[in-house]
Design a binder for this molecule. Structure first.
Ligand SMILES: O=P(O)(O)OC[C@@H](O)[C@H]1O[C@@H](OP(=O)(O)O)[C@@H](O)[C@@H](O)[C@@H]1O
Ligand SMILES: [Mg+2]
Ligand SMILES: [Zn+2]
Length: 185
């Protein structure tokens, strides 16, 4: 049986605009133009889309679980309005000094996704705007994709991307290229 076709997305700076002051409420969550339509296109091509996001704002007490759930309810509503579906959101609530296994660049969330969906991670695209997003996926075999929204321009300028990392203007252009390549193969 073929494995589930899956794409793993970072949240802040990929799906929605990011802020150095964190995204602390549903009002602060604003979709990046084209991101919801891009997810809908992936769905229509048979891909499930999941999110793997660092949310240290929880441990920093910038917002609580109820607020994070409300932010994700707004994200799911926005997806539904575009005919898109985000299958699941995996998040790390910890700050760096907690030394957990789930905070990117550690691969804990990505491994959990592989278990949940019973898939081999080899070549599964991970799309992010920070180096840690790409590293978390790359070390467990995923294909790293950087978008230049959010912190992406800074990430590109800083260098040190994992070997083979591809760079895209935004999620929409990643999806366009990815689905074109899939159609050719
Ligand atoms: O991009 P994802 O993983 O979806 O979420 C990132 C956010 O949790 C926040 O992550 C923080 O990093 P630190 O947690 O302070 O290292 C900062 O980069 C914030 O600007 C950012 O909003
Ligand atoms: Mg991000
Ligand atoms: Zn964690």
């Amino acid at each position: 049986m073929a494995q589930t076709k899956l794409i793993i997305l970072d949240r802040d700076g990929v799906i929605n605009h990011d802020s150095d002051a964190f995204i602390k409420s549903p009002d602060e969550w604003i979709a990046i133009d084209g991101s919801m339509d891009a997810i809908a296109q992936l769905n229509q091509a048979g891909y499930k889309v999941v999110v793997a996001t660092n949310q240290s704002g929880i441990s920093r007490k910038l917002f609580d679980m109820e607020t994070l759930n409300a932010i994700h309810a707004k994200m799911h509503d926005a997806a539904q309005l575009a005919g898109a579906s985000i299958d699941a959101v995996f998040f790390c609530p910890h700050a760096a000094d907690f030394n957990c296994d789930c905070r990117k660049p550690k691969p804990g969330m990505i491994k959990e996704i592989a278990q949940r969906y019973d898939i081999d991670l080899k070549g599964v695209p991970v799309v992010g705007d920070s180096l840690r997003d790409l590293q978390a996926g790359f070390i467990v075999g995923c294909a790293p994709h950087l978008v230049l929204t959010g912190k992406g321009e800074k990430t590109l300028a800083a260098g040190g991307l994992p070997p083979g990392a591809q760079v895209h203007l935004n999620l929409a252009t990643f999806v366009e290229k990815f689905l074109m390549l899939e159609a050719e193969n």
